[in-house]
Design a protein around this ligand. Structure first.
Ligand code: DSN
Length: 418
């Protein structure tokens, strides 16, 4: 049976143009190495839920309290997703309706802040996220944002600076979580800081929630009032967001998601989130999360051995950030050279980067995809040397691509006999 299932033949007959795009994308991921730190490969079971008739159902409101009729079946999917999320993270309350991480953050801010209120969050250029107060995002336009960063010498979060800024600016919310920070975040210290100034602590752990679910790194849930996350990164679920919070904030969060920020939830995605949470509750997922971190360390060491400087000196999670200035190649050029060899990664600003985001001095790599494909530390050593070879020498792209093809041929994300 072809991977996309029996209905794929119908799509090919009806709309060959779209069918071609689906096949070409499958061929792209099958033919190369995916090192984007925020991507993963969902299971066929998650894809099956996503491709289901639940996409048709309008279900504004919450299970048992809908504004549309006929929700008795989809209610079961949402109850299941909520219960599994609560069990997985030991959370008092879960909202599984946010369409994305950005929607989850928008709802969390709406629950805790009024426009013009002050929030303290990590600067985008030091590893934070667009929705943590960037000037080009709603969060930076609607709130009075005070940014903290990392120290120049250690490239680690400067918790003394966070405390000083909190005492000086008295934020209503302290935001933590990052998209390009390779180390653990000390949620206990941030909890203390938030308590000192009477602020809420919001942890946006979109990148690391799957590692927390698998027990590979400490969880933010016991410390934060609100935890936002995406379900498609380390958690390996469908594209989407979710929010965990204390019982005290449950009603505020629910009302912020619906009706304030969103209307009809995507019930097919919620069913797929339930599938992913169910997968993450299994013991195999803990093994996956541990393997992701082991692979990340191995890849980081391999690239460091090739002369790339790891920001902070290493990694504790699924990603690593490298300063390429020792090699004399910009992040953008490295991204381009890797792409020519079938290796997908992204350029990334490094802390105190003298280059603009369009060029950058760095790259970010992650091991979520390659670990799902079954690669281990030995393969990471080779991946590190292939990346370094093509970054140094663009003429080696064809040779590197050939080796990449052989590696992924025996570690296919989606075998064709599914
Ligand atoms: N910032 C994106 C990334 O980490 O790739 C996710 O929102």
């Amino acid at each position: 049976m072809p991977f996309y299932g029996p209905d794929f033949a119908r799509l090919q007959r009806q709309d060959p143009e779209v069918a071609r795009i689906l096949l070409d994308e499958l061929a792209r991921v099958r033919g190369g190495l995916q090192l984007i730190a925020s991507e993963n490969f969902t299971s066929p079971a998650v894809l099956a839920a996503l491709g289901s008739t639940l996409t048709n159902k309008y279900a504004e409101g919450y299970p048992g309290r809908r504004y549309h009729g006929g929700c008795e079946v989809v209610d079961r999917a949402e109850y299941l997703a909520i219960e599994r999320a609560r069990a997985l993270f030991g959370a008092e309350h879960a909202n599984v309706q946010p369409h994305s991480g950005a929607s989850a953050n928008l709802a969390a801010y709406a629950a805790l802040l009024q426009p013009g209120d002050t929030m303290l969050a990590m600067a985008l250029e030091h590893g934070g996220h667009l929705t943590h107060g960037s000037k080009v995002n709603f969060s930076g336009r609607w709130f009075d944002v005070v940014a903290y960063g990392v120290r120049r010498d250690t490239e680690l979060i400067d918790y003394d600076e966070v405390r000083d800024l909190a005492l000086r600016h008295q934020p209503k919310v302290v935001v933590c979580g990052a998209t390009a920070y390779p180390r653990l975040i000390d949620f206990a210290v941030l909890r203390d800081i938030a308590d000192e100034v009477g602020a809420w602590l919001l942890a946006d752990v979109a990148h690391t929630i799957g590692l927390m679910a698998g027990g590979a790194i400490p969880s933010a849930v016991p410390y934060a009032d609100v935890v936002t996350f995406t379900t498609h990164k380390a958690l390996r679920g469908p594209r989407g967001g979710a929010i965990l919070c204390t019982a005290e904030l449950a009603r505020r969060i629910d009302r912020a998601v619906f009706p304030f920020v969103q209307d009809g939830p995507q019930m097919h995605t919620i069913a797929a989130k339930a599938v992913a949470f169910g997968e993450a509750l299994r013991p195999e997922f803990a093994a996956y999360a541990a393997a992701v971190v082991a692979n990340s360390r191995a890849l980081c060491e391999a690239l460091a051995a090739e002369g790339m400087r790891p920001v902070t000196g290493g990694t504790d999670n699924h990603l690593a950030l490298f300063d390429l200035r020792p090699l004399g190649v910009s992040g953008a050029e490295a991204e381009h050279r890797c792409a020519a060899a079938g290796i997908t990664l992204n350029r990334n600003v490094i802390p105190y980067d003298p280059e603009p985001p369009s060029a950058t001095s760095g790259i970010r790599v992650g091991t979520l995809c390659v670990t799902t494909q079954g690669m281990g530390p030995e393969e990471m050593k080779e991946v590190g040397s292939l990346v370094a070879r093509v970054v140094r020498d663009r003429e080696s792209a064809a040779a590197v691509r050939a080796r990449v093809s052989s590696m992924v041929a025996i570690h296919q994300p989606y075998p064709s006999d599914l």
